[in-house]
Design a binder for this molecule. Structure first.
Ligand SMILES: Cc1cc2nc3c(=O)[nH]c(=O)nc-3n(C[C@H](O)[C@H](O)[C@H](O)COP(=O)(O)OP(=O)(O)OC[C@H]3O[C@@H](n4cnc5c(N)ncnc54)[C@H](O)[C@@H]3O)c2cc1C
Length: 449
C-alpha cells in the first residue's frame, strides 16, 4: 500500500502544476485519483511514462565520421572540391556499383563522367593536370574509397601507377603524348610489375626480361594481377635487362602483337576491377617507348612510394564507408523493442571502429603533409599502408558484425567493403613486406630474407 502511495506521489510530482489546474477544470480529478489508486505498478509506470513523455521522437545525432574535425583544416576551395567529388560519387557511382560488383564487370559508362570531375592526375604539374596538393589527392582517394574501393582502385591505377610512372620516369615526348589524354581518361593505363611466381620479391627477382635488339627492345615473360589491363590502351611493363641485370620500364601498347591479356576470373574482392594475366612473347617495343628515367628498381620504388600513400587514404575511405553505413543501420534497426545502437556491446563495436578510423584519418593527414613538404620516405608510406589497411580489416569486420545477417547482403552496403578490404590489404606490398621496409628503417637491419 505504501509503495502504491509513493508511486502516486511521484506521478503527481511529475505533472506540471499549471497544467494540473487546467485539467482540473475539465476532468473529475477525484475520480481519476480513485482510478489511479486501483492501478497495479505496471499500469502506474505506463501512465507516468505517458505523462512525462514530451511526445517528440528521440533525435539521434547525425552520422559523423570526421570525429576530430580533420576536414576543418582544409581550405574552403579544397573542402568544396571534396564535397563536389562526394556528391558525384553518391549520385553516379553508388547506385550502380553493387550490380557491377556482383557481375564482375566494369561500368564503362562511368569513364566520361569521371573525366568531367577533372581529378585524374591531380598532383602532377602541367599536361592538363591540376597541380594540386598530395593532401587533396589523398582526400579524393578516400572519397572514392568511401563509396567504392573498386572504382577508387581503377583511378589509383590510372592516375597513380600508370600516369605516375610516365610522369616520374618518362621522356618529355612520352609525357606530352600520354599524360593529357590519360588525364582526360581518353586513354587508359595499367601497371605491370607482379608476376605469377614473383609477387613480394619483385625488387630482386623479376623474371620478365628485356633485351636490346636492332629494332628496339624484346620483352618476354608474364605479369599477373594487372588492374585495368584487359581494356587499357597502354601498360607500363617492368622487366629485367638481360645485359646489365637492371629493371627497366616500358610503355607497351595494346595492339602490340607480342602482348596478350587474359582476364582473371573468380575474385572475391574488388570484383569491378578488371585484373589481367599478361603474356609477353617476343614483344617488340621501340626505343621511343622505353622510359629513359626507369633504369633500376629504385625508380619503380619511387612510383610505389607515392601510390602506397594513396592506398592508405583509400583504406581510410573504405573503413569510413563501412562505419557510416553500419552506424546508420544500428540507429534504425530495433531488437528487444530498442534500437540496437542503444546496446552496450554494439556501442563498444562502434567506438572501436571510430577510434581506429580517427587514428587513420589523422595519420594519413600528416603523411600527406610530409609528402607536400617533400619529406616523404618509403618507410612513412609503408607504415601508413600497413596501419590503415590492417585497421580497415578490423573496422569492416565489426561493421559487418553489428549488422547481423544483413551484414553479408550487398544491398546493405557493408559486405562489399568487407570483401574489398582483403585486396587492399594485399596489393601494393603486403603487410609483411611493408613492415619489413619500416623495420629496416627503424633498426638498420634488413630482414627481407
Ligand atoms: C586485386 C589485386 C590487384 C592488383 N593489382 C596489381 C597491379 O595493377 N599491378 C601489379 O603489378 N600488381 C598488382 N597486384 C599484385 C600485388 O601487388 C601482389 O599480390 C602483392 O605484391 C603480393 O604478391 P603475391 O600475391 O605474389 O604474394 P606472395 O609474394 O607470394 O606472398 C605470399 C605471402 O608471403 C608473405 N611473404 C613474402 N615474402 C616474405 C618475407 N620476406 N617475409 C615474410 N613474409 C613474406 C607475403 O607477405 C604474403 O603474406 C594486385 C593484387 C591484387 C590482389
Amino acid at each position: 500500500m505504501i509503495k502504491k502511495l509513493k508511486n502516486i506521489i511521484r506521478l503527481l510530482r511529475s505533472v506540471d502544476l499549471e497544467q494540473l489546474e487546467k485539467v482540473a477544470k475539465k476532468v473529475d480529478l477525484a475520480a481519476v485519483m480513485q482510478a489511479v489508486s486501483k492501478m497495479d505498478d505496471a499500469q502506474l509506470k505506463g501512465v507516468m511514462k505517458m505523462l512525462t513523455s514530451t511526445g517528440k521522437k528521440r533525435e539521434t545525432p547525425p552520422v559523423n565520421a570526421d570525429f576530430y574535425e580533420v576536414e576543418a583544416k582544409l581550405s574552403p576551395e579544397d573542402r568544396a572540391l571534396q564535397l563536389k567529388v562526394r556528391d558525384f560519387l553518391e549520385r553516379e557511382v553508388k547506385p550502380i556499383v553493387n550490380k557491377y560488383w556482383l557481375h564482375d564487370e566494369f561500368p564503362f559508362e562511368i569513364i566520361p563522367k569521371l573525366a568531367g570531375l577533372n581529378v585524374c592526375g591531380y598532383v602532377y604539374k602541367g599536361y592538363g593536370c591540376a597541380g594540386g596538393s598530395s593532401l587533396m589527392d589523398g582526400i579524393i582517394a578516400a572519397e572514392f574509397g568511401r563509396i567504392d574501393p573498386s572504382i577508387a582502385t581503377f583511378l589509383g591505377v590510372q592516375s597513380g601507377l600508370a600516369m605516375g610512372s610516365i610522369y616520374m620516369c618518362g621522356s618529355e615526348e612520352q609525357k606530352q603524348e600520354w599524360l593529357p589524354k590519360m588525364q582526360r581518361l581518353e586513354k587508359i593505363g595499367a601497371f605491370g610489375l607482379t608476376e605469377p611466381e614473383v609477387g613480394s620479391a619483385t625488387a630482386g627477382g623479376l623474371t620478365t626480361t628485356c633485351r636490346k635488339a636492332e629494332n628496339g627492345w624484346v620483352l618476354n615473360g608474364q605479369k599477373k594481377w594487372i588492374g585495368n589491363s584487359t581494356f587499357s590502351d597502354i601498360t607500363i611493363i617492368w622487366a629485367r635487362d638481360v645485359d646489365d641485370g637492371q629493371v627497366k620500364g616500358f610503355i607497351v601498347r595494346k595492339e602490340n602483337p607480342g602482348f596478350m591479356v587474359e582476364k582473371i576470373k573468380g575474385k572475391m574482392a574488388l570484383r569491378i576491377v578488371q585484373n589481367g594475366l599478361i603474356t609477353l612473347t617476343d614483344c617488340v617495343v621501340p626505343e621511343s617507348d622505353r622510359m629513359p628515367l626507369a633504369n633500376s628498381f629504385k625508380d619503380t620504388a619511387k612510383v610505389l612510394q607515392m601510390t602506397r600513400a594513396g592506398v592508405a587514404w583509400m583504406a581510410v575511405g573504405c573503413a569510413r564507408g563501412a562505419y557510416e553505413n553500419a552506424l546508420d543501420y544500428t540507429l534504425k534497426r530495433k531488437q528487444f523493442g530498442k534500437p540496437i545502437a542503444s546496446f552496450q556491446l554494439i556501442q563498444n563495436h562502434l567506438v572501436e571502429m571510430l577510434s581506429n578510423l580517427t587514428a587513420m584519418q589523422t595519420l594519413v593527414f600528416r603523411l600527406s603533409e610530409l609528402q607536400d613538404e617533400g619529406k616523404l620516405k618509403d618507410e612513412h608510406a609503408s607504415l601508413a599502408k600497413v596501419f590503415c589497411t590492417l585497421r580497415t580489416r578490423d573496422i569492416v569486420s565489426r561493421a559487418r558484425e553489428v549488422m547481423g545477417g544483413n551484414g553479408i547482403l550487398l544491398e546493405y552496403n557493408v559486405a562489399r567493403f568487407l570483401a574489398d578490404a582483403e585486396a587492399i590489404y594485399s596489393y601494393e606490398g603486403t603487410k609483411e613486406i611493408n613492415s619489413l621496409i619500416v623495420g629496416r628503417s627503424i633498426t638498420g637491419f634488413s630482414a627481407f630474407v
